[in-house]
Design a protein around this ligand. Structure first.
Ligand code: NAD
Length: 367
């Protein structure tokens, strides 16, 4: 049988730097855990525009369809700000999400003990935090029609439409219930059923799907109340499922509970293929960080943790994902810090590759 395949798209700015460390870790799993992957690499974003005049070549799109998982670094940078909207680096990422139909966006908010003091919240509120926000990614108000800016009388009106079909709610709810089954078996659904019809339908459909998951404790919360609860006592949650707009806001707020952008992974999942593996894109939440690109300062952990999510959600290797996350935890507990994580005086920051080496050493020690 052939090895599972991964398409790597390093992208722009710090993307290639953090991805180089992930490649070393992928190789480690092949050499030390008998878990070999067929890895191929291609261009996305500005890097693709420079060569092909488009941020995502059709051949790359085809490879993304064929790969078992896609791992992306970051796209964008000041050099490309002047480009037409249609060929901006971000369009490459949006095309991947759209054509792979990645409707379920998983954003963990996990607080490593060693970094609890980085949060703007008190240590006891965030220490040990481990929650997952599932955001619907392909529908809702960012895509609904009608939309636009129209003339009405003697003024202009801006219009966007929140629209959800039952099947769109059903499939993202299902992915959230499945996730809850693998975690703490608690799911909180957030909408605004008090003021929005789409919220009423959302609540109805999620409740109905919930009947198929009697082991999962389902609750509902208005999204504004949810935002308050996330800041007040986030540990009350396990998995949260919500729509595209609320998910955009809530996942950013929840992620920031835990500190640096350089620590945050994400996964975007679509429908399962014939082999059971979902279409999947894994990427750090951060961008291309042009201010530090090329200096070896970037924190590779967000990208490394994105690969851990790939191990768990694409390759059914939960124990190996735990091993990698634990290696990151150990490294941080031992005081290893890249520049973005520096708080304490007298600690010398590690370079991107030095942090990669520390993680590899911790992986070796885990055997
Ligand atoms: P950014 O996430 O690139 O950077 C914000 C700040 O966080 C910067 O100071 C940066 O140095 C720091 N930072 C980010 N990741 C880091 C890491 N791994 N290690 C250490 N420090 C890190 O956001 P931005 O500056 O607003 O955007 C820069 C470019 O990235 C823009 O072109 C933007 O469009 C693009 N962008 C891309 C994505 C993506 O590819 N998914 C996401 C956001 C922004």
């Amino acid at each position: 049988m052939s090895n599972p395949s991964i398409l790597i798209l390093p992208g722009d700015g710090i993307g290639p730097e953090v991805m180089a460390e992930v490649r070393r870790i992928i190789d480690w799993f092949g050499a030390k855990r008998d878990l070999a992957f067929d890895v191929s690499e291609d261009l996305v974003g500005g890097a693709a525009y420079d060569v092909h005049g488009t941020p995502l070549h059709d051949d790359t799109m085809k490879k993304a369809f064929e790969a078992d998982a896609v791992l992306l670094g970051a796209v964008g940078g000041p050099k490309y700000d002047v480009l037409d909207f249609s060929v901006k680096p971000e369009r490459g990422l949006l095309r991947l999400r759209k054509e792979l139909d990645l409707f379920s966006n998983l954003r963990p908010a996990q607080c490593f003990d060693a970094l609890a003091d980085f949060s703007s919240l008190k240590r006891d509120v965030v220490a040990g935090l481990d929650i997952m926000i599932v955001r619907e990614l392909t529908s809702g108000i960012y895509f609904g029609e009608p939309r636009g800016i129209i003339e009405e009388g003697n003024e202009r009106v801006g219009i966007n439409t929140q629209r959800y079909t039952e099947s769109e709610i059903d499939r993202v709810a299902r992915s959230a219930f499945e996730l809850a089954m693998r975690r703490g078996k608690k799911l909180c659904s957030m909408e605004k059923a008090n003021v929005m019809e789409s919220g009423i339908l959302w609540r109805e459909v999620v409740t109905k799907v919930g009947e198929e998951y009697p082991e999962v404790e389902l609750s509902h919360m208005y999204a504004d109340a949810g935002a308050m609860q996330l800041c007040r006592w986030p540990k009350q949650f396990d998995v949260i499922v919500t729509d595209n707009l609320f998910g955009d806001l809530l996942s950013d707020a929840a992620a920031m509970l835990t500190g640096s952008l350089g620590m945050l992974p994400s996964a975007s999942l679509g429908a399962p293929r014939d082999n059971g593996r979902p279409y999947a894109l894994y990427e750090p939440v951060h961008g291309s960080a042009p201010d530090i690109a090329g200096q070896g300062k970037a924190n590779p952990i967000a990208c490394v943790l994105s690969f851990a999510m790939a191990l768990r959600y694409s390759f059914d290797q939960g124990a190996e994902a735990d091993r990698l996350e634990e290696a990151v935890n150990t490294v941080l507990a031992n005081g290893a810090r890249t520049a973005d994580l520096l708080g304490e005086e007298g600690v010398t920051p590690l370079s991107t590759s030095e942090m990669g080496t520390k993680i590899l050493e911790a992986l070796d020690a885990s055997l």
